[in-house]
Design a protein around this ligand. Structure first.
Ligand code: G1P
Ligand code: ZN
Length: 568
């Protein structure tokens, strides 16, 4: 292959005057000034598209990553995204910058697509030093929507807190970035090998390796039999986002589900104007499909970038905390987990249902802060096999990201083996372990300062709450959650405020770290119930007293906040 040498030059703008010597490609060392808002949140840097489109904004952040991780030069990188608006432009910039920074090879999902779990699997598969996943997950897309960029490391997982902070620090001092003057001639829709200066570019099928991996974990033969019997009906909603092609390949082509099983399967740049988040609030239409007597037997949905999942049975959405607990309790039914689990983990606000399963299995259960990256050390160390979050995220040691279709296939495998409905599986689980009623109340607060005042006032009083009574409930203990990573000993403080009641209830407060405008206060409510005759109540009725207590303790009214924006 003819690989032109790089010709370095320094410019203060991107306008190029002099032609480079024959056969060389121009690297522009572009002078820039730092932006002060490039601090990544719970999962990467997310901002409105308009912010990313400011001159030098994306370039500054990318160069901060290259400067912080010199090992990326001379190595391979994976690039792909959820297909949202600005994905292609961002990939063109990334390719030009990767080549200018000396990257040897990039592997790009065809069309610029790679779901988050597929990218996470692809990174170690091609022995890449890292990967760029272009996504703002479930945030809305389109010119008025959001864009995002996540940097994942060689194991396929998100950059650690320490690395993320180092990248942020670099972004505050950056004064130049390197970029090739053109990526003309590169076609990310054409499979095969191409080259940009000395960097080779492999455009790969975004689905095949991911689908092959899942096929090794689950009993496809058994699921095929379930799907083929004609009585079992399922639907998967891709919400116009990235999982469409993945679900069509796996559910319809490999497992034989009838065409039409996958709804909204064509990824759209603006997700058809919707909020691609699989939860009863944003995917209410899909949930309604399951509430009739003649509804399908099983439903699954995933989010913008394919890492979240929602599981539905006839008349029921499975609460994510319950889903994690059920999967842990029946993991031995599934080929990939036949040898049992080494341990499990959940994010702190997630219901404690999985703790009870771990107790019975005699394996450790770890409680981590919100955000998938906190699971990765435990997964790398082989300390856990399954993990999950209340925010509709579940996965296992097969990847270093949460994985939406993985959870759907796990449930299908269970249903195929156990011959029971989703409802029957859940009822039996609650009979055995008790039920953890769970809800999350989200409050959008336009004024971020007000939200911080609310949280700091509550944090300042958290140690004085024990013994306090409101509405017939008594606080047993209360604290601010600090995590000590058992693998590297790192400490993460202020990861949410917890209140435990005398009667087995729990309230958690934290501010969202993924929003791009204003603030979102999240209040998580959980109530444990072992009495079978009381397990069929609705979460809303069981959790109403706890909700009142939560609102009172946080003095929401004093802050002019009354009704939640959503209850999930
Ligand atoms: C939310 C969820 C968290 C999840 C993250 C990325 O973050 O709560 O569990 O890891 O999205 O999907 P938050 O907005 O609460 O910071
Ligand atoms: Zn996501």
């Amino acid at each position: 292959m003819n690989m032109p040498a790089l010709y370095h030059t320094q410019v203060s703008t991107q306008t190029w005057q002099t032609a480079p010597p024959e056969g060389m490609m121009k690297v522009l060392t572009t002078i820039t000034r730092p932006f002060n808002d490039q601090k990544p949140g719970t999962a990467g840097l997310r901002k409105p598209v308009a912010v990313f489109r400011q001159p030098h904004y994306l370039e500054n952040f990318i160069q901060s990553i290259f400067d912080t991780c010199p090992a990326l030069s001379n190595a391979a990188l994976v690039i792909g995204g959820d297909g949202r608006f600005y994905n292609r432009e961002a990939i063109a910039i990334l390719l030009r910058m990767a080549a200018a920074n000396g990257v040897k090879r990039v592997v790009v999902g065809r069309g610029g697509l790679l779901s988050t779990p597929a990218a996470s699997l692809m990174i170690p598969h091609v022995a890449a030093a890292g990967g760029f996943i272009l996504t703002a997950s479930h945030n809305p897309g389109g010119p008025e929507g959001d864009f995002g960029i996540k940097f994942n490391i060689a194991n396929g997982g998100q950059a650690s807190e320490t690395l993320t902070n180092a990248i942020y620090q670099r972004s505050l001092n950056i004064d130049r970035y390197l970029i090739l003057d053109t990526a003309a001639g590169i076609d990310i829709d054409a499979p095969g090998r191409q080259a940009l200066a000395a960097m080779s570019i492999d455009i790969v099928d975004p689905v095949a390796h991911y689908a092959d991996t899942l096929e090794r974990l689950f009993d496809f033969e058994r699921i095929r039999t379930l799907v083929a019997n004609g009585k079992f009906r399922m639907r998967f909603d891709a919400l116009h986002a990235v999982t469409g092609p993945y679900a069509e390949e796996i559910l319809e082509h490999r497992l034989g589900a009838p065409p039409g099983t996958v709804l909204h399967g064509i990824p759209r740049q603006d997700f058809a104007g919707q909020h691609p988040d699989p939860n009863p609030h944003d995917a209410a239409g899909f949930v309604r499909l399951f509430m009739g007597a003649d509804s399908p037997d099983f439903g699954g949905a995933s989010d913008g970038d394919g890492d979240r999942n929602m599981i539905l049975g006839r008349g029921h959405m499975v609460s994510p905390g319950d889903s994690l607990a059920v999967l842990a309790a029946s993991a031995r039914h599934v080929p990939g987990y036949r040898d049992g689990l080494t341990g499990v983990a959940r994010s702190m606000p997630t219901s404690q249902a999985v703790d009870r399963v771990a107790g019975k299995l005699g394996v450790p259960c770890y409680e981590t802060p919100s955000g998938w990256r906190f699971f990765c050390n435990l997964l790398d160390a082989g300390m856990i096999s399954l993990c999950g979050e209340e925010s509709f995220g579940t996965s296992s040691n097969h990847a270093r990201e949460k994985d939406g279709l993985w959870a759907v296939l796990f449930w299908l495998n269970l249903i195929a083996v156990r011959g029971e409905t989703v409802d029957e599986i859940l009822l039996q689980h609650w009979r055995e372990y008790g039920r953890d009623f769970f809800q999350r109340h989200d409050f959008f607060i336009a004024d971020t300062e007000l939200s911080e005042q609310l949280m700091s006032r509550l944090a300042n009083s958290i140690n004085t709450l024990a013994g306090k009574q409101t509405g017939g409930l008594t606080v047993r203990t209360a604290d601010s959650f600090t995590y000590r990573d058992p693998v590297d000993g790192s400490i993460s403080r202020n990861q949410g405020l917890r209140v435990f009641t005398e009667n087995g209830g729990r309230i958690v407060y934290r501010l969202s770290g993924t929003g791009t405008r204003g603030a979102t206060l999240r209040i998580y409510l959980e109530q444990y119930e072992t009495d079978q005759s009381r397990q069929q109540q609705t979460p809303a009725s069981v959790l109403a007293p706890l909700a009142r207590m939560a609102y009172t303790l946080a003095r929401l009214e004093n802050f002019g906040i009354s009704t939640p924006t959503s209850i999930i």
